[in-house]
Design a protein around this ligand. Structure first.
Ligand code: NI
Length: 256
């Protein structure tokens, strides 16, 4: 049984067949998944979706792409959403200097406001960091000991992973760990301690090899777990159990 700790089934790519996709991957053994919110409005929908479906949990957060459109009322709304049943994380939040869809100073302001909220409510954060490693580590260091969570779709170095682990973060691997050009990711995947590693799909994006380029779905977390098991020299079942238990511990999910 598998836990996909990061997906976006509410994305428009699933508009036509969302319920069928959910039923299919549950039938394939992916019995837990976390729907990551990207705006306050969309986070409210993620929570409703989670409450309506067994094994589905939600994160509420404002994605860096959406930071430019966010205002103080959205942050207040998140504070309320985090209290709702089946909302287990603040995310996804972070910095994205690859696309720069929102100005960097605004991204940082919105990210910092959400880190403050996470510290106040003591909920785990789900972090997106694309080509912003320096600012990211500086901002997380400022909240060291007050904020914890997961670095999703990890793309950094072993050295950065070590700093994040030292601050109490989990490291989550997506389909990018299966890519031929993954460069340093295999080394990081072998390095992370067994009780701090997670697996995810980031569906509908990041489909693992051999499905790269296709619409991704949580059923493909199996391919990520297979790759992690091979890189770490352990069996698939053990890797599946570790990533599932780690996800349940981080997000405070009981018997599911
Ligand atoms: Ni995401």
């Amino acid at each position: 049984m598998l836990f996909d700790t990061h997906a976006h089934l509410l994305a428009e790519q699933f508009e036509a067949d969302r319920a069928e996709v959910l039923a299919r991957f549950k039938g394939e053994g992916v019995t837990l998944y976390l729907e990551a919110g990207t705006t306050a409005a969309d986070s409210a929908k993620a929570i409703e979706w989670a409450q309506a479906h067994e094994g589905v949990f939600a994160g509420a957060g404002i994605h860096p792409h959406e930071a430019g459109e966010a205002n103080a009322a959205d942050i207040d709304a998140l504070a309320g959403l985090l209290q709702k049943e089946k909302c287990v994380a603040l995310g996804e939040i972070g910095l994205d200097y690859h696309y720069d869809f929102s100005p960097r100073d605004v991204q940082k302001q919105v990210f910092e406001a959400q880190l403050c909220l996470a510290a106040a409510q003591k909920v785990p954060v789900v972090i997106h960091d694309r080509e912003a490693h320096g600012d990211m580590l500086a901002m997380l260091s400022a909240f060291k000991g007050r904020v914890y969570g997961v670095m999703h779709c990890y793309s950094g170095s072993v050295e950065d992973a070590k700093r994040l682990l030292d601050m109490g973060y989990y490291i989550s691997f997506s389909g990018s760990v299966t890519f031929k050009n993954a460069a340093r990711l295999p080394e990081v995947a072998a390095y992370v301690p067994h009780d701090r590693i997670l697996a995810e799909t980031d569906s509908p994006y990041m489909a693992p090899v051999p499905k790269r380029g296709q619409r991704n779905n949580p059923g493909n977390v199996r391919l990520v777990v297979e790759k992690l098991a091979a890189l770490r020299g352990i069996g698939f079942e053990q890797m599946a159990a570790q990533t599932r238990e780690n996800g349940k511990r981080l997000f405070g999910i009981g018997d599911n």
